[in-house]
Design a binder for this molecule. Structure first.
Ligand SMILES: O=CCCC(=O)O
Length: 632
C-alpha cells in the first residue's frame, strides 16, 4: 500500500511540500495518461511506501513541449539571472537537507550518514554551476584571410533529456540539471523507478526558487515502461541533447537512438575500477580510502573499487586488516543509528551478486569473509518482510577470467588478487573494456606519474580513493562513456552549441595632409598589397591649385578577393574641425586600371570632400574641376 501523503510516510518531513508523488510538468502535478502508478519500495524493509505515475511513451511529448516552450523564454535570461536562481535553488536544497536525506534513505537504502554525504556532494554542483553560468565565453580567431575576422559564441543547445540512475539520485540530477540550467537549457528528467520522489522534491524546490514552469520537468515511469520512455525522449525532435548515467549496455542503446538523428549525448557508464596497492604505500591511508570507496552504498557506485590488486610483500598483512575492518561494518536499515552498510537497492542487485560470487568460486576463488548470499532468503520477493541485504563478502584468488573481474559488481562484494610487478598490474588493470577510474597507492613519485599516464581510465586516483568533485571533469573513456560532467568549461559546454561568426572588415586608408608643404600622405592599413605609405608628388597637387584642408580624412578600402576589377575604395570622412565628427560617403571608385593614379585621384577627392558641409556628400565644385583636369 502506498502512503502518498506526507502524514503517512514511514518518516517525518519538516517541510511537507517535499512529499511530491506525481509528475512535475510545467510547474504542475500531472498523472500518467494511462492513470497507472508504480510502487516505490524501501530496500531496507522491502515495503512499499509511495507510488508515482507510470508514464509511458505517450506521456513524453507533453513533458518535452513544456520544456520547449520554457526554453524560448528561459534561454533569454541573462547568465546572472540564471545564476541567481540557481543559487536560490541551492540554498533551498541545503535548507531541506534533513528531509531530503530521509527520502534518500527510503529510496536507495543507503545509511543516513551517507545520504547526508550525498546531499553535501550534490550541492557542490549547484554551487559550482552558479559560478559557471557567468563564465561562458566565446573566442576570437586570427584569420589567415585578409580582411576577415572569425569568432565564436556559445549558446544553450535547447531541451535536454536526463536519464538518471538510482544510486546517487540527488547528486546526479543536480550534476546534470545545474549545468544545463546554468547554460540556459531546459530539462526533462526521467528518474529511475526506484528513486522518483527525491527528484520530484528537487523539481518542487526549483519552482520555489523561481525557475519558470517547464525549466525542469520530471516524468516518472516504472521499470517496465522505462525503455519506451527513454526511447521516446531520445528520438523526440525537440530534444536536442541526452545525458545518461547508467550501465554500458543501456548506454550503447541510448547511443544508437541518439545516432538516428545525430543527437548529442553525454554518457557516464559502467566502471570496473582497479584499486592497486604497492608494497611502499601508506597502508593506513590506502585501507581508509578502500573502506570508504568499496563499502559506500553497499558497493553501488560506478566509481567503486571492483578489483583489488595488492603487491606480494604486503598482501597478507593488508588482507588481514581488510577482513578485520570489514567485519566491523554494521549491516542494517539505513535509518537505524549506527548502520554503516545498508541493503542493495534492488532485488536484481542481489541476484547478480550471488551469480558473480558463484561463478568466481566455481573458477577457484576463495571466500574469506561473508557468504556471497542474501541475508534473508525471502529478499527479493517484496513480501513486505525483509530488505535486500547481503553481508560484505571478500574473495581471494580472483583471476581475470572470472565474471566479477570483467563486469561491474555493484554490490558489497570484493575480489582480491596478488601481483608482483608494476608492469604486470598495469596490464591487468587495463585488461577491461571499461575505463572510468583507477586508483593506485604508492609513495614512489616516479611511479605515480607513470601510473597516471599508463592506466587507461578517464580519472586516476593517486593515493586517494575519492576523485569525484564539482570542480574537476568527471567521465570515463573506453566503454565507460564519453563526455564530461563537472569541471571548468567542459561540463557546461556539454549543454551548449558553438557558433562561428565570420566578418569581412573594411580596412582603413588614412589620408594625412600637411599644412606646411602641401604634401598629402596616404597610410594604408590591413591591405597586403599597399603596406607602404603612398606620397603624392607635391607638384601634382599644385596644378589645380586646390587649397588643402587642415585635418585628417579617413577612407575605407573595401578589399575584395575577387580581383582588381571588383576592388573599390569607399571614403568616409572625419573632420576634426567639425563639432560633430562628420561622416559621409564621398564616392567610391574602381581601382582597376592604374592603382597609383587612382589613389592620387581618390586622395585628393577625399581632401576636397573635407570641405563639404554637413548635408553634403557630393564632390565639391573644386573636386569636379580636378576630376576634369585629371581626365584631360
Ligand atoms: O555512481 C556514479 C557517480 C559517483 C560519483 O559521482 O562519484
Amino acid at each position: 500500500m502506498s502512503a502518498n501523503h506526507a502524514e503517512n510516510l514511514p518518516f517525518s518531513l519538516a517541510d511537507k511540500g517535499l512529499a511530491q508523488f506525481d509528475c512535475q510538468i510545467h510547474g504542475k502535478s500531472i498523472l500518467a495518461k494511462s492513470g497507472k502508478r508504480f510502487d516505490v519500495v524501501d530496500p531496507g524493509s522491502a515495503k512499499v511506501w509511495a507510488s508515482c505515475p507510470d508514464g509511458d511513451g505517450g506521456d513524453v511529448d507533453a513533458a518535452v513541449q513544456s520544456c520547449h516552450e520554457a526554453f524560448k523564454e528561459y534561454s533569454k535570461w541573462t547568465p546572472r539571472q540564471r545564476a541567481q536562481c540557481l543559487l536560490k535553488w541551492h540554498q533551498l536544497i541545503v535548507d531541506n537537507r534533513d528531509d531530503l536525506a530521509k527520502i534518500l534513505v527510503f529510496e536507495t537504502g543507503k545509511p543516513l550518514a551517507e545520504a547526508y554525504g550525498e546531499i553535501d556532494y550534490a550541492t557542490t554542483f549547484t554551487w559550482w554551476f552558479v559560478g559557471e553560468a557567468e563564465r561562458v565565453q566565446g573566442t576570437t580567431i586570427t584569420s589567415a584571410t585578409p580582411g576577415r575576422r572569425s569568432f565564436t559564441i556559445k549558446q544553450p543547445i535547447g531541451v535536454v533529456a536526463a536519464l538518471v540512475p538510482w544510486n546517487f539520485p540527488i547528486a546526479l540530477v543536480l550534476r546534470k540539471a545545474s549545468a544545463a540550467l546554468a547554460a540556459g537549457c531546459t530539462m526533462v528528467v526521467k528518474p529511475s523507478p526506484e528513486t522518483p520522489v527525491s527528484t520530484l522534491s528537487l523539481a518542487y524546490l526549483a519552482i520555489r526558487a523561481g525557475f519558470p514552469p517547464g525549466a525542469l520537468n520530471v516524468l516518472t515511469t516504472s521499470l517496465e515502461n522505462t525503455p519506451a520512455v527513454a526511447e521516446a525522449l531520445c528520438i523526440h525532435p525537440l530534444v536536442k541533447k541526452v545525458t545518461f548515467t547508467g550501465s554500458t549496455r543501456v548506454g550503447k542503446l541510448i547511443t544508437g537512438l541518439c545516432a538516428r538523428n545525430l543527437k548529442k549525448a553525454t554518457l557516464e557508464l559502467g566502471g570496473n575500477c582497479p584499486f592497486i596497492v604497492f608494497d611502499d604505500a601508506n597502508l593506513d591511508q590506502a585501507m581508509g580510502q578502500l573502506m570508504n570507496l568499496k563499502w559506500r552504498h553497499a558497493g553501488q557506485a560506478c566509481v567503486s573499487s571492483n578489483r583489488l590488486y595488492v603487491q606480494r610483500g604486503i598482501y597478507d598483512k593488508f588482507i588481514a586488516d581488510l577482513i578485520k575492518r570489514t567485519s566491523l561494518l554494521k549491516v542494517g536499515h539505513g535509518i537505524e543509528e549506527g548502520t554503516t552498510l545498508g541493503p542493495v537497492t534492488t532485488p536484481r542487485g542481489l541476484d547478480k551478486a550471488e551469480e558473480l560470487v558463484a561463478d568466481a568460486v566455481s573458477k577457484g576463488a576463495k571466500i574469506v569473509l561473508g557468504t556471497g548470499q542474501r541475508l534473508h532468503k525471502s529478499s527479493g520477493a517484496e513480501d513486505g518482510g525483509t530488505g535486500y541485504f547481503m553481508a560484505p563478502t571478500i574473495l581471494s584468488n580472483v583471476t581475470d577470467d572470472m565474471l566479477m573481474s570483467q563486469d561491474e559488481i555493484f554490490a558489497p562484494v570484493l575480489g582480491v588478487s596478488v601481483f608482483e610487478t608494476e608492469d604486470e598490474v598495469v596490464e591487468r588493470a587495463n585488461n577491461t573494456s571499461m575505463g572510468l577510474t583507477s586508483y593506485a597507492f604508492t609513495k614512489n613519485a616516479d611511479r605515480l606519474w607513470r601510473l597516471f599516464e599508463r592506466l587507461e581510465a578517464g580519472m586516476i586516483g593517486l593515493n586517494t580513493g575519492n576523485n569525484s568533485s564539482a570542480e574537476a571533469p568527471f567521465g570515463g573513456i573506453k566503454e565507460s562513456g564519453c563526455g564530461k560532467e563537472s569541471g571548468k568549461d567542459v561540463a557546461i559546454e556539454e549543454f551548449m552549441v558553438t557558433k562561428t561568426g565570420t566578418l569581412t572588415v573594411e580596412d582603413h586608408v588614412y589620408i594625412m595632409s600637411s599644412p606646411t608643404d602641401g604634401r598629402i600622405t596616404l597610410r594604408f592599413e590591413g591591405i597586403p598589397e599597399l603596406q607602404d605609405d603612398f606620397e603624392s608628388p607635391s607638384t601634382d597637387w599644385e596644378k589645380p591649385n586646390i587649397p588643402l584642408p587642415y585635418y585628417l580624412c579617413e577612407a575605407r578600402y573595401q578589399y575584395s578577393p575577387l580581383g582588381e576589377g571588383s576592388t573599390r575604395v569607399l571614403f568616409l570622412l572625419e573632420a576634426e574641425s567639425f563639432d560633430d565628427h562628420l561622416r559621409g560617403a564621398l564616392f567610391d571608385t574602381p581601382l582597376s586600371e592604374n592603382l597609383n593614379h587612382d589613389l592620387e585621384y581618390t586622395a585628393l577627392s577625399a581632401v576636397m570632400a573635407g570641405r563639404v558641409s554637413e548635408d553634403g556628400v557630393e564632390p565639391s565644385q573644386d573636386l569636379r574641376q580636378y576630376r576634369d583636369y585629371r581626365r584631360q
